[in-house]
Design a protein around this ligand. Sequence first.
Ligand code: DOR
Ligand code: ZN
Length: 346
Amino acid sequence: MTSVQTLTLRYPDDWHLHLRDGDALPAVVPHTAQRFARAIVMPNLKPPVTTTEQALAYRSRILAAVPHGAAFTPLMTLYLTDDTTADEIRRARDSGIVYGVKLYPAGATTHSDAGVTHVRHAYAALEAMQQAGLPLLVHGEATDPDVDVFDRETVFIERTLAPLMKDFPGLKIVLEHITTADAAAFVREGGELLGATVTPQHILMNRNALFQGGIRPHHYCLPVLKRERHRQAIMDVLAEGHARFFLGTDSAPHPRGAKESACGCAGIYSAHAALELYAEAFEAAGALQHLEAFASLNGPRFYGLPENEGTLTLVRDPWEVPQAYPLGGDTVVPLRAGTHIAWRLK
Ligand code: DOR
Ligand code: ZN
């Protein structure tokens, strides 16, 4: 059997991305700008991006880090807090540069301490978002310490997301970086206003990858990798070509030392090879014919944005991923460091 040697797609977007700030920006923005026309940029900086004014300033810093000649548009988000006002939401909508508002349950993940302590505190903002047509982007994990870490997504859907959807039936919601069969089924059976992003790690690996011959901090992210049956269930929905699932890498660089630590940070860096990694996962599932919709069509349709112009081509030409990339004065260890990836950007 002959295998496909080139893949040409309409120019794709990344609907969930961490770019950080300061001297990390010139290190990571080029990786994304080489592969994606647009990206939804997460607001979990220190301090978080909670106002339109901060989002505008952050956007300018990102644009200053886009390599000369590259066309890349950051789609900004606000960080929802207990104190986000309806006025702030309207300002965000009117700015034309904010495309979503991110809900981090307080304590759920990296830089989430300013997050929402209970969704009822955010109801005024959610009401305004529903009216403004501004999507809610959700880190879907329960934070109750009694909930097992592997069950947090499922419990969040039951206890928080489903009731919230009843209270705001007209709110557009993206359940970000889904990791379970439960989340895949919930979104699949949800209405037109519910979408999901999927990371490369959650369709390439299962939780065994955390303990391959020893503890693997560079495979640790949140929500944490799950059992094989969950990876398979997510890949199955993508292999059906379901229209409300789209590409969101959750690429989240941390300096090497912050991960290789007694208490290592959550986050996997994948921007250096994001599309190439998805191509591998889709190919392994026999679903390459659905990669373009996942990467380039489903996201714009969900967000009500135009598809990108032009195309991008991947060629089958295995390359070895470097052990590390520079990250400001530090380094970041990328996903698949020191191993080969089958696809290369043309
Ligand atoms: O693994 C993660 N890293 N999950 C998140 O939700 C946040 C992210 C980060 O900002 O490092
Ligand atoms: Zn994220």
